[in-house]
Design a protein around this ligand. Structure first.
Ligand SMILES: [Fe+2]
Length: 172
């Protein structure tokens, strides 16, 4: 019997690295509920979780307001760039959640930036840091599980050839 050896399949994308966790973590990556099936987005969500945990640890350690502010600004910039990336992918895949996702991102950034501005002028930075941390963590977990995870059902759309639409391919 002939064995076909030359049928090549593309290698699977690398699995995201597991998120480092410790007892001081505020939130944790939950593979079953949070994975979107898009490696770049899952990796960025894990990064966001890491940065939120960093903020939490800095807050617990009583870091100076200026240092907390640096983390807050970085977190805001990272979230903004991640949102752009994710919105592009949802648009490409014609994901039904894409409009809801864009709106949710814009609302989050507005609320986040307002809280960060208050952090600079607030008399009690400790309390506002607590508020920002809780708001961002609650929003992120709920949003990933409820909106972003919708990407699992949106396969990648193959590019058109000769003007003929191609059927969707697997998302991986
Ligand atoms: Fe999102």
């Amino acid at each position: 019997m002939d064995v076909i050896m030359n049928e090549k399949r593309p290698p699977p994308p690398p699995a995201p690295d597991p998120v480092e966790t410790s007892d001081l973590d505020f939130i944790r990556w939950d593979e079953a509920r949070m994975t979107t099936g898009v490696a770049s987005i899952d990796e960025q969500h894990m990064e966001l979780i890491c940065h939120l945990n960093e903020l939490h640890r800095a807050h617990l350690a009583g870091l100076q307001p200026d240092d907390i502010k640096k983390i807050l600004k970085f977190l805001g910039r990272y979230a903004e760039s991640h949102f752009r990336h994710e919105e592009g992918i949802m648009e490409e895949r014609l994901c039904p959640q894409r409009k809801e996702n864009r709106l949710a991102h814009a609302k989050f950034l507005f609320a986040y930036q307002e809280l960060v501005s208050n952090f600079s002028i607030e008399e009690d930075p400790d309390q506002i840091a607590e508020e920002i941390k809780n708001m961002a963590a609650r929003w992120l977990v709920g949003h990933i599980c409820r909106v972003d995870a919708g990407l699992r059902d949106c396969p990648r759309i193959a590019p058109k050839e000769n003007g003929n639409p191609q059927p969707p391919t697997s998302s991986l």
